[in-house]
Design a binder for this molecule. Structure first.
Ligand SMILES: Cc1ncc(COP(=O)(O)O)c(C=O)c1O
Length: 385
């Protein structure tokens, strides 16, 4: 049984509206990691033998697959979302004159790997331009043509919480013969994703945000046909079908997406992440989505209806189908970083992003958190008048 109040003690003491930065972790996951760390630190191979090490990522792989509607052999566990995007990008053989489409509001890791490849050959990285943080979908579509090899984009943008329709994105990519790679770091665990239904070719999700996990572990999904077609760009002892064969004379890759795993990593993080996803599933993914979308809507309504918050622009899109679990506000004439740090100093934990202040919600937040945030916001803004 889960008990959200007890499992996130910090959320009782402060108003934690920063899951889009680092989410709080549920106690059962923290406990699992601690137990594992103690076993390995105290006993080395006595408690963690070669079989256990070989199987250490199984739990996260299975939980990740379950959450995303994927098969387990389509999922690898890597150290970070960035790791996954780089691996995917470097495993493609991009044609001369190809382009990759993304947005200028996206997280750097979604774009930089393509820019890095572009330095070696002619790869045109095309970015749809945001207006006040928001991307116009039709302008994004206009950038895609028959030379587009990849659309690389976040499901939910980290700055404003703008959410894209995954089915629309995959149809757009596929109608031009391109692949779709989705960074679901800001949506996995919060918004519904079904990789097969949504036609996604590759997806990454870092552990420490929507998934309620730790740093150091991330989920990497690759569509089954691509698992067979692509050769991982990085190879090491864990790439092999049986890692502890340690056959240095012959490189052969494991079958399934786990061939993209290549070395030791923070096994503790992977074990923690598996437990966090298990926790999310116990709460129920539909319940979580409904909860955070309701908080998002309520917070926007509270801001809109409050006449003591003058000159406050809501950067998050108005349409509910483009919203997620993030609300970003811009306080005209104020230094956004100062507003964010004053809120944080008064125990309303938020981040400054995209020349605005970002409020992000998860299962441990309640409508009372929203009221508290608005009350303190009024105080902070009043100071400047
Ligand atoms: C959309 C998105 N992708 C990736 C990352 C970073 O992921 P990682 O640290 O796992 O590489 C972030 C962090 O803020 C993010 O918002």
């Amino acid at each position: 049984m889960v008990n959200i109040r007890l499992d996130f003690p910090t959320a009782r003491g402060v108003t934690y509206l920063n899951s889009a930065s680092i989410s709080l972790m549920p106690r059962p996951a923290v406990r699992k990691m601690r137990e594992f760390d103690q076993i390995v630190a105290g006993g080395g191979t006595i408690g963690f033998d070669e079989k256990a090490e070989t199987e250490a990522l199984e739990g996260a792989r299975q939980e990740g697959a379950h959450l995303l509607g994927a098969r387990t052999d389509e999922v690898a566990v890597l150290s970070s979302a960035t790791d996954g995007i780089c691996s995917f990008a470097l495993s493609l053989e991009l044609k001369k004159g190809a382009n990759v489409v993304s947005t200028d509001a996206d997280f750097p890791s979604v774009i930089y790997p393509w820019m890095r490849i572009g330095r070696q050959g002619a790869l045109d990285v095309r970015l749809a331009r945001n207006r006040n943080g928001v991307i116009n979908e039709s302008e994004l579509a206009e950038l895609v043509d028959d030379r587009t090899s990849v659309i690389s984009i976040s499901h939910v943008e980290y700055g404003t919480g703008q959410r894209f329709d995954l089915r629309w994105l995959s149809e757009l990519a596929h109608s031009h013969g391109a692949y779709l790679i989705v960074d679901a770091t800001q949506s996995a665990g919060l918004m519904p994703i079904d990789v097969h239904r949504d036609g996604i070719d590759a997806l990454v999700a870092g552990g420490y945000k929507g998934l309620l996990g730790p740093f150091g572990a991330a989920i990497f999904y690759l569509r089954r046909e691509l698992v067979d077609e692509l050769t991982p760009p990085l190879a090491g002892w864990r790439s092999a079908p049986v890692p502890y064969d340690l056959d240095s004379e012959k490189l052969s890759f494991a079958s399934g997406a786990k061939k993209f795993e290549y070395s030791t990593m923070s096994y503790s993080s992977a074990i923690g992440l598996a437990e966090s996803i298990r926790y999310l599933r116990k709460v129920g993914c539909r319940n979580i989505t409904e909860h955070v979308r309701t908080l998002t809507k309520q917070f926007i309504d509270l801001i809109k209806s409050n006449n003591r918050l003058p000159s406050t622009a809501i950067l998050t899109p108005e349409e509910e189908q483009r919203q997620s679990s993030i609300v970003s506000l811009r306080f005209e004439g104020r230094k956004q970083s100062q507003v964010a740090s004053e809120l944080t100093g008064r125990r309303i934990i938020v981040s400054q992003r995209f020349n605005g202040v970002r409020f992000s919600f998860h299962i441990y937040n309640t409508p009372r958190d929203l009221l508290r945030a608005v009350r303190v916001l009024q105080l902070v803004l009043k100071k400047y008048d």
